[in-house]
Design a protein around this ligand. Structure first.
Ligand code: GRF
Length: 219
């Protein structure tokens, strides 16, 4: 069973979607530890309420980013983590973590990459005036929001939308595709071919059919 480490910085609603998918058996894995760089992150409460070990590693406690990275690696290894999931983690992870977990760090970004990388992808898309927005789960590489794409989903932007309406619609979609990507990883169904992530078996057909215009299973 895959041991998963989840890194958070805030509310942890994406973490909650992973917890639910593990509990329901959709993810054949176990969340071994939840790490936050912010001690006030509500996601820590969510984890504790589900009996999951939590750790706080405050980036401000480390003079060098590499030291922060090294401590994240130490804590993750202490819990025998195989897959590292960045779920609303607001710090850029460095070479230390990527070398320790090669092709085993994934991130959820609230935009259809490569469009609108960086912070507040939802607002960037909204202000640009796109008609389709969405979210991306990708492997993390040495550049920000640049690694091979695992899953994407699109949602419409309505003329009546506020930025918050769009953020909420995208977030609901994030809660679908992040657990789905983790489930595929844990089932050994993801294969990297250069920059392409090939999804083995029937999931690919199912996924291709349902990903456009509404997140799969989005109620
Ligand atoms: C999500 O929109 C995520 O895409 C972005 O920050 C938000 C985190 O939300 N990076 P939560 O902490 O998972 O509720």
């Amino acid at each position: 069973m895959t041991k998963i480490g989840v890194l958070i910085s805030g509310s942890g609603s994406n973490l909650q979607s992973i917890i639910a998918a593990v509990k329901s058996g959709r993810i054949d894995g176990e969340i071994a530890v939840v790490i936050s760089n912010d001690p006030a992150a509500y996601g820590l409460t969510r984890a504790a309420e589900s009996g999951i070990a939590t750790r706080v590693v405050k980036h401000g406690d480390y003079a060098r980013r590499s030291d922060f990275d090294d401590e994240l690696v130490r804590v993750l290894r202490e819990s025998d983590v195989e897959l590292v999931v960045l779920a609303g983690f607001m710090r850029v992870v460095g070479q230390g973590l990527l070398k320790a977990f090669p092709d085993r760090v994934i991130n959820i970004h609230p935009a259809i990459l490569p469009a609108f990388p960086g912070t507040d992808g939802q607002a960037q898309a909204f202000n640009y005036g796109v008609k389709l927005a969405g979210c991306t789960v990708h492997f993390v590489d040495e550049k920000v929001d640049h690694g091979p794409i695992i899953i994407q989903a699109a949602v419409p932007v309505l003329d009546s939308d506020t930025q918050d309406d769009l953020k909420a619609r995208i977030l609901k979609c994030e809660h679908k595709i992040l657990p789905h990507a983790i489930a595929l990883y844990c089932a050994g169904k993801l294969r990297l071919v250069g920059r392409r992530v090939v999804i083995a078996g029937p999931d690919e057909a199912l996924w291709a059919k349902s990903a456009l215009f509404s997140c799969p299973g989005l109620d």
